[in-house]
Design a protein around this ligand. Sequence first.
Ligand code: PLP
Length: 427
Amino acid sequence: MHHFAYKEGELYCEDVPVSKIAREMGTPLYIYSHATLLRHFRAFDGAFGDVPHITCFAVKSNSNIAVLKLFAGEGGGADIVSGGELYRALSAGIDPGKIVYSGVGKTAEEMAYALRSEILMFNVESSQEIALLNDVAGKMGKRASIAIRVNPDVDPETHPYISTGLKEHKFGIDIEKALEDYRVASGLSHLHVAGVSCHIGSQLTRVSPFVDALRKLNEFVGKLRKKGIPIEYLDLGGGLGITYDKEAPPHPGEYAAALKKELDMEGLTVVLEPGRVIAGNAGILVAKVLYVKRSPQKNFVVIDAAMNDLIRPSLYGSYHDIQPVRRSEQGVLKADVVGPICESTDFMARDRDMAAFEPGDLMAVMSAGAYGFSMASNYNSRPRVPEVMVRKDRYFVIRERETYEDLVRGERIPDFPGGHKSVISNQ
Ligand SMILES: Cc1ncc(COP(=O)(O)O)c(C=O)c1O
């Protein structure tokens, strides 16, 4: 359920016409619905309401600090994967005691920053990372709380690029081998073993892989306890899918109920790291149609948004629904929706039946609130687009459109001795 709907043929975000925002802000731009973000957070968090838990929003899915602030206000934490995401989470006022730090490649500097910030827990992913974190914490006179991210070897049945819980993936430590890492970690004086974590993939549309993973974790926690390693936190990661097209993923209530049935809760706090399920359908990307190229073989609707603004279709072949911002009687056109970038992978949709767009029309690329702006780049030297949050009948700019000056900020032309036309050697 989201708050993007048509009223008399006009697409609204809550009580604001999308065309009004596009007129005033220009295109392309991202629009998020405040009510949808809150509703999704509350539906998810509330579904676990009766068990001790922390909902740590996956910052990578939507990292705007205004979005993070909403969840901070709801008592949410953050799942971060870089020093930059830690900075964002702290800037948004998220309680550091509710921040978990995931990722296979944390640097010593990032570890030190997180230790200074007193985050809840590091989800460590290799023996070498365990040793380095112990070292960094030791030098700072601190003790780092850790969970080891175990790889339960469960197939999440999702796109291979967003599947993370199989033995062949770079993530986590094989659950068969992790006992030994726990033994080592619990003997290190600057680490405190606090939990077990896992994340098997993203955009899962069935609960059974989550349940399978949890059963393996339960068994594993039992083994740890037998070895005298008590566990306080069970981090189940994120991954619950959303409807982009015809998928019918479980409602957060159904997901929570299935997990709660399996939870062996004695003394455990559950950590959850949802991203997409909260932000995905809470945002759209709005673009303007520049040209319509028709040919006997194929039609192309060329828009002013591109793969640098929303890379999911190019990266994963993902489906995003394409809707006109103003419905009219213009009929149907089968076409590719493409952007101005010089790559054949620059598309939002392929061979899609859609409204017969004309130049100047506005188009909404739906379900773009997660892994949309947060994956945007400046490729082809395109300034990144603005982000706007609608709350009831008002909208708020939560990120300005970048300027051409922003594009070259930080770049330097070196002052070569002898000037720029210096002679190339060996000629
Ligand atoms: C460790 C971790 N936690 C949470 C998430 C969030 O996943 P999702 O947005 O599917 O909920 C991801 C996504 O890649 C992740 O890698």
